[in-house]
Design a binder for this molecule. Structure first.
Ligand SMILES: [Zn+2]
Length: 118
């Protein structure tokens, strides 16, 4: 199905093809622990996601090896998606940013990212 979503202010929006969102993933690494977001359990390729950013709203934070790319809106500060450490070029989406999905009702697994060198 086609999912749509955005940051809070709407400067950053996206759509992607994927199955319905029924499970999430959280991670205990140093950055995910601070964000506290539940991400999609699946990842989507750069061909599957279309990202629209107004006025250069898309910013990217990296640390450590720089492989994982943490994308956020630099107008409202919301973290919308990241490119994963394990699969560069693939994105996990912040479930809270997906239209019509109640992120607080989605069960999630916890990935032990703290055990992996970033
Ligand atoms: Zn925004």
């Amino acid at each position: 199905m086609l999912h749509t979503g955005s940051c809070h202010c709407g400067a950053l929006s996206f759509e992607f093809e994927a199955p319905p969102v029924t499970e999430g993933l959280r991670c205990n690494c140093s950055i995910c622990a601070r964000k506290g977001a539940t991400m999609t359990g699946f990842s989507v390729s750069s061909e599957q996601i279309r990202i629209k950013a107004k006025d250069g709203a898309l910013s990217t934070y990296t640390f450590g090896s720089g492989v994982a790319k943490h994308h956020f809106c630099n107008k409202c500060g919301i973290y919308t998606f990241h490119q994963t450490l394990r699969q560069p070029g693939y994105y996990r989406i912040n479930i809270g940013c997906i239209d019509g999905v109640d992120s607080s009702s989605i069960p999630f697994e916890v990935f032990n990212g703290a055990a992996i060198k970033s």
